[in-house]
Ligand binder design. Structure first.
Ligand code: ADP
Ligand code: GLC
Length: 485
């Protein structure tokens, strides 16, 4: 019989997405299915989710889930079974899953996502007979309290379900004022350094890292980085302490969503053998962004516009990029200061720099299909998906040598070029000089057509499907279930 895993996440494609977590949580069930894993995903019932699932069956109710009434609904998207936590008091709100319309975190996020964890722990410890499972897998701080509730206040204490905590980003830890502890409905012993206490408050991610049977993060390099303060951001000691339980598993890409051969968003579809067809997509992109038409390199960026992503470096480097014959199209949203600086920069370079602010899934696909190179100058990057999409689409990634970017791109240095294995350009240090010289190198490579074509081909031929990583997750679940049996 298949092993049953309950995956708990605060977003998942195709229902709700603010970033890569949604791509991964959405792809995981199909990635592990071939390895004998039956995964069900528990998601909060945001308005978009409730609307998308239509009429759904209710399988459980809570009169008061940390104070609010809630219902558990079952649904399916394609072949993927879903559980939806329908708790209007927590999730029936406009805007983003985490913030109000003005971009400010909801003040009760601790209660909203503790409730998600409480519900997950109830399900995983047998509150709903038909939904019992063998392993619980929590993603990021929003799901992490499931592990704390399972440990300190399960619905039923036997058998104890093994747990996996996946870190998608150490920068978001879900740390809250100690006063919230009293409302979490956890027993007193949970308030301890071995429990949910963290730096004098309640640490959601910390709880998961402390109490999970296994910890994974989304690339091997990031797994090594987070034992250092600049990446661990306060939790490096705990990660180091639990080192024998930490694994780095690189994310895959969902080829049903991301393949230039079948992508319905594109003006022209293509394969590695027909990359010349990308020109039609490049022309379409130039038009969309109001850029001058041209054969010079068209850089793109699809990103949250934040410090993590190095987006603040782009306004500084624009003169260099344009001065050397490049053009740039950016799709993103985020930090207002970065947005303003980009607008200033674009105004200095009419026809050379195009901007679109906001979120646009279809456009993000079209950009990968028409851009020549994608900039990902992140200061840290647990895995990163846009460079993987770039590789698959022949849009050559230009990335900092950190986290998953270091693991997934092969730098076009002389040795890699001579061996014919390069897939992109890497540089050390997210700062002006690093990025500017990487842009110069990219433009020079672009000028050597056969070399550039080889780099594009190598990227398109690389295997970033979920095949290997799906098997790795499955092995972890099976091992945990075996150990606890
Ligand atoms: P992170 O999750 O840290 O933001 P990732 O690279 O893992 O970074 O994932 C980002 C995901 O969000 C990718 O699928 C990317 O294409 C998408 N994305 C980011 N910004 C936008 C945007 N403005 N419009 C459309 N898609 C976006
Ligand atoms: C986070 C990270 C990103 C990663 C994604 C999915 O948002 O910032 O690097 O790709 O999670 O794991």
């Amino acid at each position: 019989m298949a092993l049953r895993v309950l995956s708990v996440a605060s977003e998942a494609v195709p229902l709700v997405k603010t970033g890569g977590l949604a791509d991964v949580a959405g792809a995981l069930p199909a990635a592990v299915a071939p390895h004998g894993i039956a995964m069900t995903t528990l998601l909060p019932g945001y308005p978009a989710v409730i609307a998308a699932i239509g009429k759904a069956k209710r399988v459980h109710t809570w009169d008061a889930l940390l104070g609010e009434p809630a219902r558990l609904l079952t649904a399916k998207i394609g072949d993927t079974p879903l559980l939806i936590l329908d708790a209007p008091g927590y999730f029936e709100r406009p805007g983003n899953p985490y913030t109000d319309a003005a971009g400010k975190d909801w003040g009760d996020n601790w209660r909203r996502f503790a409730a998600l964890g409480r519900a997950a722990a109830d399900i995983a410890s047998g509150a709903v007979k038909a939904l019992s499972c063998d392993v619980l897998h929590a993603h990021d701080w929003q799901a992490a309290m499931a592990i704390a509730y399972l440990r300190f206040a399960p619905f039923r204490s036997e058998p104890r379900i093994p747990t996996v905590m996946t870190i998608h980003n150490m920068a978001f830890q879900g740390w809250f004022d100690p006063r919230v502890f009293g409302s979490l409905e956890l027993p007193a012993p949970a308030w301890s350094i071995d429990g949910v206490e963290s730096y004098g408050g309640v640490g959601f991610l910390k709880s998961g890292l402390q109490l999970a049977d296994m910890i994974t993060t989304v690339s091997p390099t990031y797994a090594g980085e987070i034992v250092r303060p600049e990446f661990g951001m306060g939790l490096e000691g705990l990660v180091a302490l639990r080192g024998d339980r930490v694994r780095g598993i690189v994310n895959g890409i969902d080829s049903n969503e991301w393949s230039p051969e079948t992508d319905s968003a594109l003006a022209a579809r293509y394969t590695a053998r027909t990359v010349a067809k990308r020109t039609a997509n490049k022309r379409a992109l130039e038009k969309h962004f109001g850029l001058d038409e041209g054969d010079g390199p068209l850089f793109i960026m699809v990103s949250r516009l934040t410090w993590q992503k190095g987006a603040d470096l782009i306004p500084e480097v624009l003169d260099h990029l344009v001065g050397n014959g490049g053009r740039l199209a950016i799709l993103g949203s985020g930090d207002p200061a970065i947005v303003a600086a980009l607008q200033d920069g674009a105004a200095r370079h009419p026809g050379k720099v195009g901007l679109q602010f906001g979120y646009d899934e279809a456009l993000s696909h079209r950009m990968q299909s028409g851009g020549d190179a994608i900039l990902v100058p992140s200061r840290f990057e647990p895995c990163g998906l846009t460079q993987l999409y770039g590789l698959a689409y022949g849009c050559v990634p230009v990335v900092t040598r950190t986290g998953g970017l270091a693991d997934t791109v092969i730098d076009a240095n002389p040795a890699a070029l001579a061996a014919g294995v390069a897939t992109g350009v890497q540089f050390d240090g997210a700062h002006y000089h690093g990025l500017a010289s990487a842009i110069s190198r990219t433009i020079a490579l672009y000028g050597q057509t056969p070399v550039w074509k080889q780099i594009q081909h190598n990227g398109m031929a690389a295997d970033f499907s979920w095949r290997r990583s799906g098997a790795e997750y499955a092995r972890i679940y099976q091992q945990l279930a075996g150990d606890s049996a």
